[in-house]
Design a binder for this molecule. Structure first.
Ligand code: ZN
Length: 425
């Protein structure tokens, strides 16, 4: 779609959205009235003057207070995971579910998927949006969906092999676990028909992509979405693997300076904010995701014209400030993957020593490193600490731990363990 046509469509849909939320959602009516702005804009730049929506708005409206249609029109609810507090509930009309299926079909297609593919969906089914989102998308595309859900990793590997899976959908950390498990079972996934993976729901690094592609022998595609905004299907990489095309006919993206909340120029990093211009059930105006990204400038070699966002590099609320330096856990992962002898499994453990915060990175050593060789371990530990110091500009204590001792995740990996309120060292 040509840019001016897209923008005309966005503007029309935006104004319809604003009228809808002002008329039907008390939270929005109050926000607009309080800000003294009318629920109408004459151009897309007018978006910048409208009030934000934050997760707390959804929490306060729990469970249904921000729905914009009568309950009779809601055909399904999902919720956010609640990892950072009370869960939030999102509702979908039949039209929302249909749009979502289209968007996920588009996502699988942009990873190279077609009706001929067999898609193993190892995202959790249930209130989490990942499983059913990918499921409806695969079916809408005409592909074959395997609704295996998350967990039972040995069975995942067996199904992957026996059912001739060609596309795997799960979190990137779970893809790695599936790869490790297959190796333990004596199965080489690289020899199976699988050729692509659509991985999302947690931030991951370029080096982790390399690792997944090597172990599983597939093309690893980054996808993005969040339950408040829709679920998976908000943005996805194409096979160029250079930025995620945002589905701009359904979502307007803004990248804002997290301090001033003003838009930053394209190419600069900031907080991602979405306005859902087609959603009926629970539409959101300028929803602050807390995710950090930037717009990838220039045209994509694939020919798609939707703008791209860079992979998520962190979250404003995941960001650790260590001795004045901003550190995102994903930066640590990036460092680890480049060091032979350590596995990309790590946790950042925060504790109190006296009144001071103490940060220790726990890193698993690889299977080929013996835990008895004290000198080897010491060298490895020093190297990890030195590389973290040089790329993050901060010194962190590093502790090497035995293979498999860091808990594996079948969903989102837990990267930061905060013991500061537990009185432990
Ligand atoms: Zn592209």
């Amino acid at each position: 779609m040509a840019r001016p046509d897209l923008e005309a469509l966005q503007l029309e849909r935006l104004n319809a959205l604003l009228a809808r939320v002002y008329a039907n959602v008390p939270t929005y009516r109050a926000k607009f009235d309080q800000a003294g702005v009318a629920p109408v804009v004459s151009g897309l730049e007018g978006l910048a003057d409208l009030p934000f929506t934050v997760k707390d708005d959804l929490r306060q409206a729990y469970p249904y207070g921000m729905f914009a249609v009568p309950q009779s029109e809601i055909v399904r609810v999902h919720s956010s995971s609640g990892t950072t507090g009370q869960i939030t509930v999102v509702g979908y009309t039949a039209a929302d579910i249909s749009n979502w299926a289209d968007l996920m079909a588009r996502t699988i297609a942009s990873a190279g998927g077609t009706a001929d593919d067999i898609v193993q969906i190892a995202y959790g089914y249930g209130l989490f949006t990942g499983g059913l989102g990918a499921h409806y998308g695969a079916e809408r595309l005409g592909a074959t969906a395997i609704p295996i859900s998350g967990g039972n990793t040995k069975r995942q590997v067996q199904v992957l092999k026996d059912f001739g899976t060609t596309i795997l959908a799960c979190t990137p950390s779970y893809a790695l676990l599936i790869g490790e498990t297959a190796t333990e079972m004596g199965i080489d996934i690289r020899e199976l028909p699988i050729r692509a993976g659509i991985f999302g729901a947690e931030p991951w690094s370029e080096s982790m992509r390399t690792q997944i592609e090597e172990i599983l022998g597939l093309k690893a595609i980054d996808i993005y979405g969040l339950s408040e905004v829709m679920g998976p299907g908000v943005a996805a990489e194409c096979t160029e693997q250079h930025g995620l095309h945002v589905n701009e006919d359904h979502f307007i993206i803004e990248i804002l300076d997290p301090e001033t909340l003003r838009p930053v120029p394209d190419g600069e990093q900031g907080e991602v904010v979405f306005t859902t211009i087609t959603k009926q059930g629970i539409p959101l105006v300028r929803y602050r995701t807390r995710d950090i990204s930037r717009i990838v400038t220039g045209e994509c070699a694939c020919g798609r014209t939707f703008r791209r966002m860079e992979r998520i590099t962190g979250r404003t609320d995941d960001m650790l400030i260590i001795r004045g330096v901003n550190v995102y856990p994903s930066q640590i992962e990036q460092v680890l993957v480049g060091i032979p002898g350590v596995a990309p499994h790590y946790q950042v453990v925060l504790s109190k020593r006296g009144s001071m915060d103490h940060v220790e990175v726990h890193v698993e050593v690889g299977h080929d490193v013996s835990f008895d060789e004290v000198k080897t371990l010491e060298r490895l530990r020093n190297r990890v600490a030195a590389e973290i110091a040089s790329s993050l500009a901060v010194n962190l204590a590093v502790k090497l731990v035995e293979p498999k001792s860091i808990q594996r995740s079948e969903g989102k990996a837990k990267r930061v363990v905060d013991l500061r309120n537990e009185g432990s060292e």
